[in-house]
Design a protein around this ligand. Structure first.
Ligand SMILES: Cc1cc2nc3c(=O)[nH]c(=O)nc-3n(C[C@H](O)[C@H](O)[C@H](O)COP(=O)(O)OP(=O)(O)OC[C@H]3O[C@@H](n4cnc5c(N)ncnc54)[C@H](O)[C@@H]3O)c2cc1C
Length: 487
């Protein structure tokens, strides 16, 4: 499949655009994350720095604002995270009964705190997270603040989680304007999972049978395409009981309260994408709140699209088309997707085809096409996009296309984002090229953030592959400083 990006003008600088999308992976992303351990490490010497609009190989320039002590800690932690047996052992211990014994729990927690937690998380409290955002700002980046709670089925926990998200908005207000680019939330943390599953079932059934009535349903954008998999719902579901309807309303009210606070605090809200079992309900609630809060000159609510899903591009197109017709500007965070193993497990257990593209190349192609589609929209004055990726080629291509289209690099409609502690080379390369770049910064007490860290460890063989480039460049920069006695 050929690249859909239009040819930028300075051809000599953008040779990479003539590659096919199927070869779009950088030396890093070409390594399938799932087979990371079996593949040779990429070498940075292979790259021609003049073949891309970003310079992500000049370690001296990239890390000029990072202290040697921080670089040293990062190299240590990234190397540790790249040793699969260490990560596997850590996961095993944390899920085992050993964590019920005080002394083991304290030892493990202490170890995690001074390694992975410090590296990948912004702090235990909102005050620590605020200080961390300030440091990130000093390096020229912005913070996407994430109160890192996972899903729940308990109404009291939903209330508690909402308070945590609202505190995040307060932090954003306390900090210098625009130093926090987004507040991030998970709908499954403020609306019980059981309700999200029921609502998703009902929405899927309505997609199968348009005469199926959902009296509680608000106005929203399309959440399925004709090709969306509907296999999770094999039988006609019972309507919501009155109690379930009330729970749904309470969950939606929590989301609206968060949107209201974000609007008042002048900070947009991004809602994370989750598993396809509950994603229809998440899309539904997100779009319904976007219709209420997004204004032409102020996009408050962003949804997340996972490009690893076969129907991702169609769904993005349909939602954008409907939003345009309704005059509601829509913002999207574009990711590849983090639930590969659970999605495959569920589909296989039901004897169905996986909803995920058959190859990583197809996922890369889908990601780049969705990015291209939204960049065209932004150039025409509609919508907004957060390109959340560690993939160097996707970053380079999107940057080239944005420049080609004449999109203002400082526009509030376009943001690049990487996880805190990951893909520093790409973040600083994009920042040095003039783009707005954020770090996705989870925070919260270590016990609470542990599931986030475990989930990342589980899914993160791809991330760790991406961190190879960081490790190599950081090591080179440390060696350079050492030989020049700049410490
Ligand atoms: C700022 C930020 C926010 C994020 N928010 C979310 C979120 O809300 N929801 C969410 O689900 N994820 C989220 N993620 C994680 C994201 O989905 C990816 O897991 C992660 O970023 C790795 O993808 P990449 O774009 O960096 O590319 P790469 O590392 O180049 O690609 C790895 C990705 O490709 C896909 N892939 C791997 N193997 C195959 C295969 N065999 N077939 C098909 N596809 C394959 C997977 O999605 C895998 O994660 C977020 C990531 C970032 C940086």
């Amino acid at each position: 499949m050929a690249i859909r990006f239009s040819q930028p003008k300075p051809l000599h600088k953008l040779r990479y655009l003539t590659r096919t999308l199927n070869s779009a992976s950088s030396s890093i992303s070409a390594v399938s994350p799932l087979n990371f351990a079996e593949k040779p490490e990429p070498t940075i010497e292979k790259h021609d720095p003049f073949s891309s609009p970003l310079n992500i190989y000049d370690h001296e320039k990239l890390f000029s604002l990072i202290s040697s002590a921080k670089l040293l800690r990062s190299v240590f932690n990234l190397n540790l995270a790249a040793v699969e047996p260490v990560v596997d052992l850590g996961k095993w211990v944390m899920n085992s009964r050993l964590m019920d014994i005080d002394i083991t729990r304290e030892a493990v927690t202490g170890l995690v705190r001074h390694t992975f937690y410090e590296h990948f998380c912004a702090g235990e409290s909102s005050a620590e997270a605020e200080r961390c955002v300030e440091k990130v700002n000093e390096a020229g980046l912005r913070g996407m603040l994430v109160y890192a709670v996972e899903h729940t089925d308990d109404e009291n926990e939903c209330d508690q989680n909402l308070r945590g998200f609202l505190q995040t908005v307060e932090s954003a207000k306390t900090l210098a304007p625009s130093s926090v680019s987004f507040v991030v939330a998970k709908i499954s943390a403020i609306c019980p999972m059981s309700i999200l599953k029921r609502v998703s079932d009902l929405l899927r059934w309505q997609q199968k049978d348009s005469s199926f009535r959902l009296p509680w349903k608000f106005n929203d954008f399309p959440i399925f395409s004709d090709h969306s998999p509907l296999y999770h719902t094999l039988e006609r579901p019972e309507p919501l009981t009155q109690e379930e309807e009330n729970e749904l309303q309470v969950g939606y009210d929590r989301l609206l309260k968060l949107c209201r606070e974000c609007e008042e605090g002048n900070v947009p809200l991004v809602l994370d994408a989750e598993d396809t079992v509950v994603q229809p309900a998440i899309d539904y609630l997100t779009y319904a709140s976007a219709i209420t809060y997004n204004k032409v000159d102020n996009i408050i609510v962003y949804n997340t699209i996972q490009a690893y899903l076969k129907d991702a591009k169609e769904r993005m197109l349909l939602a954008t088309e409907a939003a345009e017709k309704m005059g509601v500007p829509m913002g999207f965070k574009l990711v590849r997707g983090a639930y590969m193993s659970s999605e495959s497990r569920v589909a296989t257990s039901l004897g169905c085809e996986s909803p995920i593209h058959n190859s990583i190349q197809e996922t890369h192609a889908c990601y780049n096409e969705c990015a291209s589609f939204m960049l065209d929209k932004i150039a025409n004055g509609f919508g907004a996009l957060v390109l959340a990726t560690h993939n160097v080629d996707s970053g380079q291509m999107a940057a080239a296309k944005a420049m080609d289209l004449g999109i203002d690099k400082r526009s509030s409609r376009l943001e690049f984002a990487q996880l805190y502690g990951m893909s520093e080379a790409l973040s600083f390369g994009l920042k040095n090229a003039g783009f707005k770049v954020s770090k996705y910064m989870p925070y919260g007490p270590i016990d609470m953030v542990m599931p986030y860290l475990l989930r990342r460890a589980e899914e993160n063989k791809g991330f760790l592959a991406a961190s190879n480039l960081d490790r190599q460049l950081m090591s080179k920069e440390l060696k350079r400083r050492l030989s020049a006695s700049i410490f």
